[in-house]
Design a protein around this ligand. Structure first.
Ligand code: KG4
Ligand code: ZN
Length: 341
């Protein structure tokens, strides 16, 4: 079975072809980061218009790379939500238009389910059940995953997402958008003892997170400086920030594994690309004999491969999940634990 995947929920247009026999056949991505950089964040209207420009050339690219005819596709999966409404509508209309022309069924995929299942695309995938840490620009959640469509929310952020804290703090330090990779690179040169920033909710009994106070702590440090921030100051603050985020994420993941009695942790979403977080999780897990699984770096941030793959897993579990109903709706807000098979 060959599934075409279409992702357009935010500022990346991703298209991919996944074959349940042969694996990933091709994937192509266009990131709008350079376009939004000038505004310091994603401009939804510009995002939608750019998805329109990119979708068809990327489609042509994946079919050429996979060297298959369009008719070889058995079903088309697209990101139905959550995300920016206008951006989601572009991907949904491309998917449904193509499906109508090819007379193939379509299915809407939850963007976070795509992230959550993306580590299963790797050569050595984790077995169910596992704990998943979803850390993206819009979400920070711990889930218990018992199988495809069987997700139980264990805890989540009560305010900003981890990626959002990275982006906002990077902005305060005068770094570009998106802030995650920039702040992470800078932190490598920072002194870990220079700034001890708060670890919000580190000792709370539950598995919830809070990151808005940390961003405020960065703001306070920046404001206190009477002179312009030099490169070393920025690196020291970045280091204090990254260490605080990593400490909280690592501690909550270990608690989640302990509470559930599970041994496997899966990390997904853009912040999962963070090398300090990976090092922190690996060290803590090694001590306790847990195993941590990550998607390939290129599949941490938004991409079409994870949507094609999630579509394939859903169809294997529930063959009638795809329909020829092309009157699509998108779901900009869509809690993951509402999903069922
Ligand atoms: O999953 P994603 O591509 O999009 C959403 O669904 O939100 O995640 C984007 C987020 C951004 O906030 C970005 O700053 C963050 O992931 N990010 C990182 C890194 N790479 C991307 N954060 C920390 N370190 C990184 N290396
Ligand atoms: Zn995402």
């Amino acid at each position: 079975m060959i599934i075409l995947g279409v992702e357009s929920s935010c500022d990346e247009t991703g298209i991919a072809l996944y074959d349940t026999q042969r694996g990933l056949l091709a994937h192509a991505l266009h990131s709008q980061v350079a376009m939004h950089e000038a505004y310091g964040g994603v401009v939804p209207e510009l995002a939608s218009r750019d998805h329109i420009r990119r979708a068809i050339p990327l489609l042509e690219q994946v079919f050429a790379e996979a060297a298959i005819e369009r008719g070889a596709v058995d079903a088309i999966a697209y990101t139905q939500g959550p995300g920016l409404a206008g951006a989601l509508l572009v991907g949904a209309s491309v998917a449904c238009g193509l499906a109508l022309a090819l007379d193939r069924p379509v299915l809407g995929i939850h963007h976070l389910e795509g992230h959550l299942l993306s580590p299963l695309l790797a050569a050595d995938p984790p077995a169910f059940p596992f704990v998943a840490l979803l850390v993206s620009g819009g979400h920070t959640q711990l889930m218990r995953v018992d199988g495809v469509g069987q997700y139980t929310l264990l805890g989540e952020t009560v305010d900003d997402a981890a990626g959002e804290a990275f982006d906002k703090s990077a902005k305060l330090l005068g770094l570009g958008y998106p802030g995650g990779p920039a702040i992470s690179r800078l932190a490598e040169f920072g002194d870990p003892m220079a700034y001890q920033l708060p670890r919000p909710m580190l000792h709370s009994k539950n598995l919830d997170f809070s990151f808005s106070g940390l961003k405020t702590a960065v703001l306070t440090v920046v404001k206190k400086k009477t002179t312009n921030l030099c490169e070393q100051d920025k690196a020291d603050i970045a280091r204090g920030f990254v260490d605080a985020v990593v400490d909280v994420l690592v501690a909550k993941c270990m608690t989640a594994l302990k509470q559930t009695g599970l041994k496997r942790l899966v990390v997904a979403g853009g912040v999962g690309a963070n090398l300090q977080l990976r090092a922190g999780l690996d060290a803590a897990a090694r001590k306790r004999r847990f195993r941590v699984f990550y998607p390939a770096l290129e599949f941490c941030t938004d991409n079409g491969a994870m949507i094609a793959f999630a579509g394939a897993l859903r169809l294997q579990a529930q063959p009638d999940a795809a329909t020829r109903n092309y009157a699509f709706t998108v779901r900009p807000r869509w809690p993951l634990d509402e999903l069922r098979i």
